[in-house]
Design a binder for this molecule. Sequence first.
Ligand code: DQA
Length: 143
Amino acid sequence: MKRLLLLNGPNINLLGKREPAIYGNQSMQNIVDTVQQTIQSYGYHLDAYQSNHEGDLIDKLQLADENYEGVIFNPAAFTHTSIGLRDVISAIDTPVIEVHLSNIHARESFRHTSLLAPVCIGQIVGLGVKGYRLAALALIENI
Ligand code: DQA
């Protein structure tokens, strides 16, 4: 069965109780369940992984070519800081779509820059949980 990886970075595990005015009330598990339901009708399986540690996320991405058709990635705060994550996305062939729940371009200026977006196939921001679903559909359609 074809597989997608849903990768979430630091503090995404706190969704639901973390700044709900910005990030909404849904838990990370709700997001995982929603994306899984969306893609299973297309015959895809979802693996989900969250880590607060940059190196763990790099380790997962290094293995993507052997395991996944695509990666849906919310790098959270590492979006704005991590050359290591940028370099691993450049190193793999698997397409990665960057997703943010909030519109990072409408927030503090330090969130306006993504070090990762230039090496992802696309970036979806500001659409909440829907952004994860749309990224999954884009990967399934091989955009
Ligand atoms: C976020 C935006 C980031 O700037 C922030 O550090 C997060 C969440 C989002 O999904 O909107 O942790 O990636």
